[in-house]
Design a protein around this ligand. Structure first.
Ligand code: SF4
Ligand code: MG
Length: 336
């Protein structure tokens, strides 16, 4: 049997690990939130870890000719293969331990992908991996809401109305090309994988929450999934110094929800918890959207449309995870 890693909960910023396992030597853009997120993730998992990264910004910008910021073992994998890489590594480690070739210990297997590699091209492999409860691994999808690495093309998670190189805006006849609503990747994963014990969302504006979710996912046993939202200064068109602020605004406007689901039971994390309980007022979506050049063409009509859809999510009481029906029923509901 594979040993499940034991990773303690980090109790506050002062207790966060000092050691860095994702250091200098990368070439991500200034203020790249995906890179900041990976730095936190590497801190959370520590040295007894194996990380793979499928093609995307966090592969290409991280490993340009003979440089790498990774201090722990890291390997590039093919674009749609984050799921199969996670499962393959977990199975390999398990077999080596069973044969006595390596010591039995908890090793963190983490497979990282972007939204293009995870929510679009790699979806089937991620889904397949999450159906194998005997293998311990974490698939972590950083969502910068476009194919940023190849110059910002529309992906399945690009939000409504955003300008990308595949969806230019401002035309007289068709002012907005991208009219689809963002794909609900974490909701879809949570809804369809009963053997996956842990699904969560996170963002770098709440780093302790992010690091603890990573630790929880790796300690719980079986395959798990975390989806982070990562503002991208290049693709979203904002000053790099505002990355963290935009991640916070995404949560406080209700456009990104922070939650975790353990064995089918969903819990919201701050600040989303206060919004869901109506203890905190959501900020207007305009406060978040107007800060990004990719929405500069928005008029009142588009702002109002996005606000209406976000209001529906939070006010209608229909959806626990935006876009997904509740999974957990209190026993009292069943007459027990
Ligand atoms: Fe980071 Fe965006 Fe630059 Fe990619 S394009 S390295 S995600 S800031
Ligand atoms: Mg992307």
């Amino acid at each position: 049997m594979t040993v499940v890693p034991e990773l303690e909960r980090i109790r506050g910023v002062k207790a966060a690990p000092w050691a860095e396992y994702y250091t200098s030597g990368h070439r991500t853009c200034q203020g790249c939130d995906s890179a900041i997120g990976i730095r936190y993730i590497a801190k959370a998992i520590g040295p007894r870890s194996i990380v793979t990264g499928s093609t995307g910004c966090m592969y290409v910008a991280n490993t340009s000719y003979y440089c790498t910021p990774w201090v722990i073992p890291w390997m590039h994998t093919q674009l749609g293969s984050s799921g199969s890489a996670a499962l393959g590594n977990a199975a390999g480690i398990k077999a080596q331990m069973r044969k006595g070739k390596i010591k039995k210990e908890g090793i963190n297997i983490v497979s990282i992908c972007g939204d293009g590699g995870g929510a679009d091209m790699g979806l089937s492999a991620i889904s397949a991996t999450l159906t194998w409860p005997d293998y311990n691994c974490l698939i972590l999808m950083y969502d910068n809401e476009s194919y940023a690495n190849t110059d910002v093309q529309v992906s399945g998670t690009t939000p409504f109305g955003a300008a990308t190189t595949f969806s230019p805006t401002g035309g007289k006849v068709v002012p907005i090309l991208h009219k689809r609503w963002k794909k609900n990747m974490p909701g879809m994963i949570a809804a369809g994988h009963p053997d996956c014990r842990y699904v969560a969302t996170a963002c770098t504006a709440y780093p302790i929450d992010l690091m603890n979710k990573v630790r929880k996912a790796l300690s719980i046993g079986g395959p798990t999934f975390i989806n982070t939202l990562n503002p991208c200064p290049k693709g979203w068109d904002f000053d790099p110094k505002f990355s963290r602020e935009l991640a916070e605004l995404a949560c406080k406007t209700g456009m990104w929800a922070l939650w975790e689901m353990i064995d089918g039971k969903l819990t919201y994390s701050p600040p989303t918890a206060a919004i869901a309980r109506k203890q905190a007022k959501r900020l207007p979506v305009r406060d978040y959207l107007k800060r990004q050049g990719r929405f500069h063409h928005f008029t009142d009509k588009e702002y109002d449309y996005v606000q209406k859809r976000i209001d529906e999510v939070w006010d209608s009481q229909k959806w626990s995870i935006p876009g997904v029906l509740p999974f957990y029923v209190e026993p009292s509901e069943l007459g027990k």
